[in-house]
Design a protein around this ligand. Sequence first.
Ligand SMILES: Cc1cc2nc3c(=O)[nH]c(=O)nc-3n(C[C@H](O)[C@H](O)[C@H](O)COP(=O)(O)OP(=O)(O)OC[C@H]3O[C@@H](n4cnc5c(N)ncnc54)[C@H](O)[C@@H]3O)c2cc1C
Length: 341
Amino acid sequence: MTDAHPLSTDVAIIGAGPTGLFAAFECGMLKLDCVLIDALDHIGGQCAALYPEKPIYDIPAHPAIEGAALVEALDRQIAPFAVPRLLGRRVERLAGHRGAFTLGTDRGDVIHARAVIIAAGAGAFGPNRPPLAGLEGFEASGAVQYYVRRRAEFAGTRIVIAGGGDSAIDWALSLQDVAEKIWLVHRRDRFRAAPESLRQLDEAVAAGRIEKVVPYQLHGLHGTDGELDGVEVTTLDGERRLLPGNRLLPFFGLSTDLGPIAQWGIDSIRSTIPVVPSSCETSLPGVFAVGDVAAYPGKLKLILQGFSEGAMAAHAIHPIVRPDTALHFEYSTSKGVPHRT
Ligand SMILES: Cc1cc2nc3c(=O)[nH]c(=O)nc-3n(C[C@H](O)[C@H](O)[C@H](O)COP(=O)(O)OP(=O)(O)OC[C@H]3O[C@@H](n4cnc5c(N)ncnc54)[C@H](O)[C@@H]3O)c2cc1C
């Protein structure tokens, strides 16, 4: 049995993070059909997977909006276009040329598209995992997690948080109200985070809500059948401590690997794809890249910048898909939102 989808569309958008979602809106506004494909089983990319309950403060016209709420709003914005979504499907193959591409997913879907927008963020992103014996069993039970989807799931737990950057500190601060106890383990006694976060951390440590465990590194997991009952940490000198935590949240960053995209004959630099700044076209004509994955001088990896790149890419794609129809620039206030018929 296969649930693979064969389909033809104007634009295939790889990645349904905030940038891919908004690119779908811009395509819709130009009456270009599109399909969204994402390896995750839900839309929203990093906002939904990594920080759904955190407020974002630099989305224009939203003084503060949580990651999940932003995704939900983007979803409502594209609703008029009834964009098909292929979720839980990683695009493995891309072949063809400007005007005629074929994409293949790991689930056997075949998508024919006139143009392609790669909105793949950090690629097929995954957490950097600590090299600890028996880790898989504790991951499977949920005792070790790399993302916090809902703070409420951590109510009354004893959490060991590992890492020295923004994520480790932000989550320690965010979970201090719900957890019974939080240890913050870092191999140095200096943390890298925004000054305000560091100030709040000092306050929480002074109040006994968070205990800093420095300079220590993760060393081992204790427990049976996926039930974690202790996290062993050591110093470089071999001094050991057993922290009686029942949850471990390691925040060692995301692995940024373009995955299969790196094999498609498109120029890439490490995990980014250089694009022409005015159109977001990649080195492969007819294939565009927007959002975190796109690179050009002055690029900021911010959601707001990805939104504008989606608009530029859609306008640059229009003549490929509709070569006989001149595109007259129009404000949305003038033309309204065209519904899919
Ligand atoms: C903790 C945290 C806080 C942040 N705070 C802010 C903030 O305050 N303001 C701000 O502007 N930005 C913030 N960011 C950054 C912001 O989340 C990113 O800039 C944004 O998510 C990039 O959007 P994107 O759509 O380009 O990529 P992503 O959100 O990374 O989405 C890319 C999607 O592509 C999919 N994908 C990749 N490869 C494939 C493939 N081969 N096949 C199918 N699907 C694929 C992935 O599964 C993913 O869902 C923050 C990030 C983090 C981690």
